[in-house]
Ligand binder design. Structure first.
Ligand SMILES: C[S@@+](CC[C@H](N)C(=O)[O-])C[C@H]1O[C@@H](n2cnc3c(N)ncnc32)[C@H](O)[C@@H]1O
Length: 262
């Protein structure tokens, strides 16, 4: 049986937002935690499982970081040495644009035991929850998951490469770069390529908009969609059961129920 005072870090994925989209293993880790350090995208209802833990918010709200990454790293080590089991609860999957691996690397340097509990990343879970299949036979053989904001605050150059392929492209942290993304697709592909944007996916506050490369910026402004949001670009967006009414309305002539023939 594990000694709860052994300094240990478990990096845990909380899933995309819906409280039921967390794993049993993650819940067990929360129940066992002496300390929980959690991020802004985590659904706070999940903290109810951490019945015996000290709970600390270390995320970013209204553009301000409660703690820098260096401070979080130090907090993990000091809390683990003082209390035992630290759970670092992160939105989605901790290894998808989550800096989970950096926290593990730092903690291991200070002798902490470490473990990872994967989570459902918003990159996969949010499109699936609105019926978008990222791969589809005869439509998309692959998908890219790309950051819209690199460490130098720029759009990843991979968007240029991906836009030239037939792959489905999922962009995280890309809302501030939407105009740039649209420009790249206009140059490299076609104006009528379908695109969906989902804000607060799987949460009660979810909002989504579906259009094509030429219409999306106007639609986003009309519906006031902003971060945190997932951008999904590709033909698969059109072959989506839950979005059929939109496409019947806007793409009547070319609409084909390909998704029913998989
Ligand atoms: C720092 S990244 C973390 C991603 C996370 N590790 C994951 O696997 O989902 C934060 C970005 O993920 C996306 N995101 C996370 N949760 C989301 C949700 N529920 N709905 C839409 N986008 C979400 C947004 O693009 C947001 O800006």
């Amino acid at each position: 049986m594990q000694n709860s005072r052994t300094p240990k870090l478990t990096v845990v994925g909380a899933g995309p937002g819906d409280v039921e989209l967390i794993t049993l293993k993650a819940i067990k880790a929360l129940e066992n935690a002496d300390v929980v350090l959690y991020d802004a995208l985590v659904n706070e209802e999940l903290l109810q499982y951490a019945t015996k833990a000290e709970i600390v918010f270390v995320g970013k709200r209204l553009g301000c970081h409660a703690y820098t990454q260096d401070q979080i790293n130090e907090l993990i080590v000091s809390m683990a040495n003082r209390y035992g089991h630290v759970v670092r609860l992160k939105g989605g999957d901790p290894f998808i644009f989550g800096r989970g691996s950096e926290e593990i690397e730092y903690s291991e340097k200070f002798g902490l035991e470490t473990a990872v509990v994967p989570g459902i990343s918003s990159a996969l879970g949010v499109p699936a929850s609105v019926g978008i299949s990222l791969t589809q036979r005869k439509v998309a053989e692959s998908f890219w998951v790309i950051t819209g904001t690199t460490s130098s605050h720029e759009l990843s150059k991979d968007v240029h490469l991906a836009s030239k392929s037939a792959a489905t492209v999922v962009i995280l942290m890309g809302m501030h770069k939407l105009n740039e993304i649209v420009g790249i697709y206009k140059t490299n592909r076609t104006d009528d390529l379908p695109i969906a944007i989902i804000q607060n996916g799987t949460k009660n506050s979810e909002q989504k908009v579906v259009g094509n490369i030429s219409s999306i910026t106007k639609l986003v402004a009309e519906k006031n969609i902003s971060s945190p949001a997932i951008i999904v670009i590709g033909e698969v967006v059109k072959n989506t059961s839950k979005l059929t009414s939109y496409f019947q309305e806007h793409f009547e002539d070319e609409f084909i129920f390909q998704n029913l023939n998989l």
